[in-house]
Design a protein around this ligand. Structure first.
Ligand code: PSV
Ligand code: MN
Length: 410
């Protein structure tokens, strides 16, 4: 795959402009080539809302097909070499064989996500349940996931809990906090070497009165008590409207506990929309804090994962579109003139400071990303390449039949 003559011209014009602005294009390109975005197995299968599952032509029916779709996204974008698994949705008898299968497809297994929310036993909670037998069952499942990490060489255990209550007075929230602390400490103790655990927070749903890990502060407190290998996971959808997520990100980086992201976007609540589709400036400002930290010499190991499962958009296409939006936000953040920004800040020139961010944000980085992708052996325009590839038509035909209705979850 190569750039067309028109794409080459666009790139040359952009490169000239950026060089004139004093931007080290070689360094920017090197950073873009190192970008890594994990896609979720559950984003490729049928999914839905709380009201039902909506079936789609071509939706992956099992973990094998989910890996194939993830590999297609990586082939076209060049920056998605790993796939997050959800257990038991992706459970197989032989995880070592699944790891090899992934590798043969050109991808690897990423974060392992336990499921502590679907079994009816967890109606009143898992790690926060008042019954020690339920907490023991939840711990057993987490240990099963740790074993999956060992077999798949996964570096990340990604923990999200639906735990909470629906009515004032329903439970002793402090007792639940203590049960959580104990279970998370046990989880930490069981982690394989060279792995870590991420603690995700969510302020509501499915519990509507209180959630046991409701915000980043609680997640940070739990992570600190669990141990050094526990960090906070920021799911962009899990915030109240108006929350300053980039501030949370900067704060967590400075505390040494930002472990990862679940990328998506929200309009009203939760995590259902395409990353960067509602508020692309927010994604840019988040990356801006990450790049600012790197410029200070602080480079945490952040797991960048997409957490989206689309019902209207075609699955693979929606995933590619999400990846492109993330790449654009990162590329723009790399163009911020940090020296000028520091100067504007030291002069308390808020207008100039904001204009410096806007200069970077308003740059059309598409020719730059197209050129970087080609160098990575991927497609200059992944969405167009996907549509032209016939991949969708092939999976729509091959996957019609008995299992067509199978959902990612359940
Ligand atoms: C919950 O809303 C969540 O964000 C968690 O990360 C889950 O693991 C994921 O969605 C899939 O249900
Ligand atoms: Mn999530």
């Amino acid at each position: 795959m190569d750039l067309s003559a028109a794409q080459k011209d666009q790139y040359e014009a952009l490169a000239t402009g950026l060089t004139r602005r004093g931007i080290d294009l070689t360094a920017v390109r090197a950073q873009l080539k190192k970008q890594h975005i994990e896609t979720p197995s559950w984003g490729y299968g049928n999914s839905g809302t709380r009201f039902g599952v909506f079936r789609q032509a071509g939706a992956a029916r099992d973990v094998h097909e989910r890996l194939q779709d993830a590999a297609e996204v990586h082939r076209l974008t060049g920056v998605c070499p790993s796939v997050a698994l959800h257990i038991p949705w992706d459970k197989v008898a032989d995880f070592a064989a699944l790891t090899q299968e992934a590798s043969a497809l050109g991808v690897r297994i990423g974060a392992i996500n336990p499921n502590l929310f679907q079994d009816p036993t967890y109606e009143l909670g898992s790690f926060g349940h008042h019954d020690p037998a339920v907490r023991a069952k939840a711990m057993e499942h987490v240990l099963e996931c740790v074993e999956v990490m060992r077999l798949t060489r996964s570096p990340v255990l990604s923990l999200w809990f639906a735990d909470g209550t629906n009515y004032a007075g329903q439970a002793d929230v402090v007792a639940r906090k203590h049960w959580f602390e104990a279970c998370l400490q046990q989880t930490h103790a069981a982690l394989p070497d060279h792995s870590r655990m991420l603690v995700e927070y969510k302020f509501f749903e499915p519990a509507f009165y209180h959630t046991d890990i409701a915000d980043w502060g609680m997640a940070l407190s739990f992570a600190r008590k669990a141990g050094p290998k526990a960090e906070v996971l920021v799911d962009l959808g899990h915030h109240a409207q108006g929350t300053n997520i980039e501030h949370i990100v900067a704060f967590l980086i400075d505390e040494g506990r930002l472990g990862g992201f679940h990328f998506n976007n929200r309009k009203y609540a939760d995590d259902d929309l395409t990353i960067g589709s509602v508020n692309p400036y927010e994604v840019f400002l988040i990356y801006n804090e990450i790049v600012a930290a790197a410029c200070r010499g602080v480079c945490p190991d952040i797991a960048y994962m997409i957490d989206q499962s689309h019902t209207i958009k075609s699955k693979v296409e929606a995933m590619i579109q999400s990846v492109l939006n993330i790449q654009a936000a990162y590329a723009k953040s790399l163009l911020v003139d940090r020296v000028a920004l520091a100067e504007a800040r030291s002069q308390a020139d808020a207008v100039r400071a904001e204009e410096i961010l806007k200069d970077a944000y308003d740059t059309d980085v598409r020719p730059l990303l197209a050129s970087v992708r080609v160098e990575l052996g991927a497609a200059a325009d992944p969405l167009a390449a996907y549509r032209a590839s016939g991949y969708f038509e092939r999976i729509a035909t091959a996957r019609a039949g008995a299992l067509e209705g199978a959902a990612s979850w359940g």
